[in-house]
Every structure is written in structure tokens, then in C-alpha cells.
Design a binder for this molecule. Sequence first.
Ligand SMILES: Cc1cc2nc3c(=O)[nH]c(=O)nc-3n(C[C@H](O)[C@H](O)[C@H](O)COP(=O)(O)OP(=O)(O)OC[C@H]3O[C@@H](n4cnc5c(N)ncnc54)[C@H](O)[C@@H]3O)c2cc1C
Length: 324
Amino acid sequence: MNEKKLIIVIGGGAAGFFSAINAAINFPQAKIIILEKSNKILAKVRVSGGGRCNVTHHCFENNELIKNYPRGEKELRQVFSQFSVQDTIDWFLKRGVKLKVEQDGRMFPESNTSETIINCFLQEAQKYNIDINLNEEVLSIDKAEDGALKVKTSKQTYTTDAVICSIGGHNQEKNYAFLKQCGHTIDELIPSLFTLNLPQSHIKELMGLSVKNGTVKVIGTKYQYTGPVLITHWGLSGPAVLKLSAFAAYDFFKLNYQAGISVNWTGTLNEEVLKEELSLQLGSKALIVNTPLFEKSKRLWEYLVLGLDIPLSKPWIELGKTIE
Ligand SMILES: Cc1cc2nc3c(=O)[nH]c(=O)nc-3n(C[C@H](O)[C@H](O)[C@H](O)COP(=O)(O)OP(=O)(O)OC[C@H]3O[C@@H](n4cnc5c(N)ncnc54)[C@H](O)[C@@H]3O)c2cc1C
């Protein structure tokens, strides 16, 4: 790229800043401008990871890493082979931001605040003379006869050589209209990473209770996830549920969000093991409700016992000889 070239970056989020900075490094002759429609930059970075910014994940096997992304696996394989987790760690370290790893593999800035990431991006943007234009929305991109791109915004029209589009995720198609007009295909917009609303279930009576390891399954699909489950006043939440909603997003959509949900509160213990464990109690005179098994809390155990229509006054010995 020779002198006076212009690169327009649409969107002042994490992706926009990262792209703009790397464009400046790789094309030192070019002028880079970030166009941001709102009056804020890096707004999501600020709140990300509970204000700590979960920058990357401690996984150096790309084949493993891509399994955590419900869609776009093929595209991401290519992306990670060009810029890996190690590259991300090194990129920030080179700019004075050391990342630390937590037990579950998530990586955060050592400072434990997303401000560190924001400051890093802002300093780099300043270092490379990147313009940041707030309150300027891109409305359309057209190709002129000479091949140049005309980027029309709410304020002016730019003639540019390259456009990097990093406008983030949106739930309304109108946000992607200008990309559709350029000939891009936009996948159907459907929700992901949601909690489960269970209006007919009594489980909500246990709101606030969490289980370290539960397996949540969408009945009639292949999707199930194991991990922490939280009972809320509307249904179920927690990492296992969020992951389930991300991977089963299309199935939930196709089912019009009317799906049966089953939960194995023991996590991954199968029916055989469960029956065996329960059978061991059968001779006991202790009340069933007072003998929580599988390390379950008394509250959850009582809920499960009552759910099976077993009276609170019933001892194990009266349960019968077999566990069905
Ligand atoms: C509460 C919360 C916590 C999160 N935590 C994490 C986390 O810890 N780690 C993680 O990796 N991810 C996290 N995420 C996801 C996070 O949003 C993304 O990883 C990341 O911030 C997305 O960056 P982005 O630049 O792609 O999009 P965005 O941050 O959405 O930026 C896109 C920008 O483009 C602008 N824009 C859109 N259309 C136009 C237009 N036509 N013209 C001009 N500007 C336009 C928007 O105003 C916006 O500022 C979290 C998200 C939320 C909501």
C-alpha cells in the first residue's frame, strides 16, 4: 500500500480497535480512521468479564479451542492458525499488559480490571495516530467505477481503499442492511447465551440454589451440558445453561423456544450407578428426606423426594425392594 491510502474501520469496539492498531502496524503509510456510531468507544470491553475482561482462554490446541465456539468453527480454525492464543498473550505482553490464568482456563489482565485493556488500546491508537470519530454511523458502502470504496456516513462520504467492518452483534437486521447491500449474506439473527424460563416447573421454589455439577439437556435434541447450574426465580441459569443455549441456539429457535428440559442433578452419574447407590439405602430405617445422597443439599433433596410423591414421613425400608 503506498502513501495517502485510507483504511476505514467501522465500529469502535474491541475488534475495531484491535484491527485498526494492527492495520496501522502492517500498513504504516496508511491513514486509519475508526468510525463509531455511538458516543462511546470500547463500551462492551468495560463491562466484559464482570469488569475484568476475559481476554482469552488458556488453550493452545486450536482443534480444542474451536470446539468452544458453537458456530463458525471452520472460519475460526483459519483465524486461530494465523493469530493464536499465544499470539494474543504476546501481543498484550509486548504492550505491558500481563495476562493471568484462572483455574478454569480463563485469562484476565493481572490488574483484574478491563480498564487496563481499554488503556492499552487507547495508547496504541494514539501512538499510531488513529483517528476516532464518534457519533458517525456508516450508512452504506458502494464501489465506484475505478474500484474505490465510497463509505457514506451520517456526516460525510469517504473515498477509501479498504474497509474493516467490526460492528459487533445485533438483534435487528437493520444493523446489517448496509452489508447486505454490498452483497454479503447475513445469517438469520437468533438469540444465544440465554437463561431458561420454565413457567410450568416448580423448581423456581428453590431459587438461589446452585449445583456445582448438573447436566442440563434439551429433550429431543442431542444437546446437553454439564457444569454449574443456578436456579433462578424464572427457571435455570448458570454456565451449563448458557453453554447449552449457545450450542442449541438453532434447535431452540426451530422449537419456537418450547422445549422440554431435563436435569441430571448428579452431573454425569448414569442410571445404573444411581440405582446402585439408592439400593444400598433400602434396609435403612432413616427417613428418606433426611438422607440426602449424591452430595445434594437438603433443600434440593427434599424437592426431589416430594417430586416423586414420596411422603416426608417415609423411611427407606418402606420404599420397597427395588428402585425403578
Ligand atoms: C456483559 C458482557 C460481558 C462480556 N464479557 C466478555 C468477556 O469477558 N470476554 C469476551 O471475549 N467477550 C465478552 N463479551 C462479549 C463481548 O461483547 C465481545 O467479546 C466484544 O466486546 C465484542 O467486540 P466487538 O468489537 O466485536 O463488538 P462491539 O463491542 O459490539 O463493538 C461494535 C461497535 O460498532 C459500532 N457500530 C455498529 N454499527 C455501526 C455502524 N453502522 N457505524 C458505526 N459504528 C457502528 C457499535 O456502536 C459498537 O460500538 C461480553 C459481552 C457482554 C454484553
